[in-house]
Write a protein that binds this ligand. Sequence first.
Ligand code: ASP
Length: 587
Amino acid sequence: MRSHYCGDLRKEQIGEEITLMGWVHRRRDHGGVIFLDVRDRQGIAQVVFDPEREESFAVANSVRSEYVIEIKGLVRHRPEGTVNSDMPTGDIEVVGLELTILNKAETPPFPLDDHQKVGEDVRLRNRFIDLRRPEMQEKLRFRSKVTSEIRSYLDGNGFLDIETPILTRATPEGARDYLVPSRTHEGSFFALPQSPQLFKQLLMVSGFDRYYQVAKCFRDEDLRADRQPEFTQIDIETSFMNEVEIMDIAETMIRKLFSELMGVELGKFPQMPYSEAMKRFGSDKPDLRIPMELVDVADLLANIEFKVFAGPANDPKGRVAALNVPGGASLTRKQIDEYTKFVGIYGAKGLAYIKVNDVAKGAEGLQSPIVKFLGEEVAMQIVARLEAKDGDLIFFGADSEKIVSEAIGALRIKVGQDLNMLVCEWAPLWVVDFPMFEANSDGSLSALHHPFTAPSCTPEELESDPTTALSRAYDMVLNGTELGGGSIRIHAQDMQRSVFRILGIGDEEAEEKFGFLLNALKYGAPPHGGLAFGLDRLIMLMTGTDSIREVIAFPKTQSAACLLTNAPGEVSAAQLRELNIKLRRTP
Ligand code: ASP
C-alpha cells in the first residue's frame, strides 16, 4: 500500500520513510544520478536514485515513461539551489531506496505534457492516457466537487435523490429520441429520456415534495460545441412552491457554488422579460458582460425610398435594428467584410454601417455607403438615437425580426469579444415571461419550453389567443449561456388537454403518448414546478473551458461517435434477428 500520494508530499514528511505508487512522468539522467518524476492523481514528486544503491539504480535505469512503479524512499530537503517553487512538492525530494516495476508501458501515442499540438481525435481515441494529464485530472476533480456541493445543498434543503428510468417512453424536449428496440415486445421500442421531466412530475403527484437527480439525458440532435448526445442534468422538482421560491432556491445554490468553490460572489441575479432580452440583445440568453445594445430604428426609416430598410421597417414581421460599436470607426474594410460574412451565417443578406468620424460636421462627418440613401436628416437622427460619438461605428440589420435579432445579437457578442469590451467576469440573470408557443414556418405552434409548462392565463384565454400567451417559465443565464431552465407545470387535466390541442396533439394521440400523465393529473396532483441545470455547461463555464468535451470524461465527437470504443458499432445478424430487425441498407 502507498503511504502517501506523490503530489501530497511536503516539508512535513522530511525524514520519513514512505511508499509511493504511480507512473513515471519523466526520467532524467544527470551525470550518474537518475531522477524520476513520479506522478499520481495528486501531482508529481521527484525521486533520486544513486548509483551506490546498485539494485534500485539499475531498475531506475531501465524504466521508461508511463511505467507503473512502486518506490520506497526517504523524504529529504532538496539541495540548496534546486528548490522548485513552481511545484507544490518543490521543496523536497525522495531518495529512492527500493524500486519495483508493477507494469511496463509502451511509449504513449503522445507526450503527456505537449497536448496542445495533439489533435482532439488522437486524444479522444486514447482518452485513458489523455485523462492522465494534470489539467484533465483537475477538471474532473473539480466536477466531482461541484456535484458533491450540489448534493449537499439539496440534501440539506430536504430534497430526495430519486432515480428515474433510462428505458422509457419519449419525453418531448424538442429533440429526436434515441430508440432502443425491445426483444420481448416485437416491433416496439423504448426511448431514452430526453429528460426525467414526466417522472419527476409523477413523483410530485406521489407526494415526495422535493426531488433531485444527477440525471443522464439523451438527445439526438445536430451537435454544436456546447452540446453532447448524452449529457448530465441537475434535475429538480418541488411541490407547493411558486416561481419566486423555486428561483430563489436555485439561485442560492449557484451563488453558493461560485462562492465556495471559486471565491466568486455573484450577488443577486437580475430578472429580464423575454421580450426585453430579444429587443435589447437579440437573444433570450443575453451576455450582459458586453455593454452594447440593439436599438430599433424602423420608425425613422419607414418613409425613405431605400427599400432595403423601408421594406422591413414597414413589415409587421420585420425589424430594423442598429448597434453602436464604441471606437468601431477604426475597424478596417477587411474586418467589416468578415463581420458581413459572419452575419450571413444567420441569414442576413448584408451588413450596412456608418462610421462616425465627426458628429459636429453633420452628415459630412459620417463615412458610409448608405448615408446617401438615408438622407442627411435621417442619418443624423439615427446617430443621435444611438448616442454615437466621434470614432464610433453603427451597424444595421434590416430583415425579418428573427434574422435581425439573431444576426445582430450574435454580431454584438462577436464584436464585443473581438474588441475586448467585457466589463465584468460574470453576468448572471434570469429570463422570465417567455411566450408559451413559437410559430413554425407552416403556421403550426410548438411549445417554447415543453408542453407541460403552465401558462400564466386561464385555459380559455390560452385557447382564444395562444400566440400572445406567456408561460410561467424561467431560464438562468450566465455570460450568454443558458445554465438551466424550468417552469411551474400544468397540474390540471383540462389545461394540459388545451395545451396538447393547441400543439395539434389530438385527444387520442395525447391519450396514447401521455395517458399516464393525464391520468395522474386526475388523482390529486399538487401544484408543482422545478428546473434543470446542464451540469456539463456549468462546469465548462466554471473552469473557463470552451468545449463541453473537456469536462466530460468520455465524450462523443461532433458526429455523435465515441472514438475510444468505436460506438456506435455494428451488431451481429443473430442479435438483429432476436430483435426482429431487418436492416434496409441504401444500395
Ligand atoms: N425538463 C426540462 C429540460 O430538460 C427542465 C425543466 O423544465 O425542469 O430542459
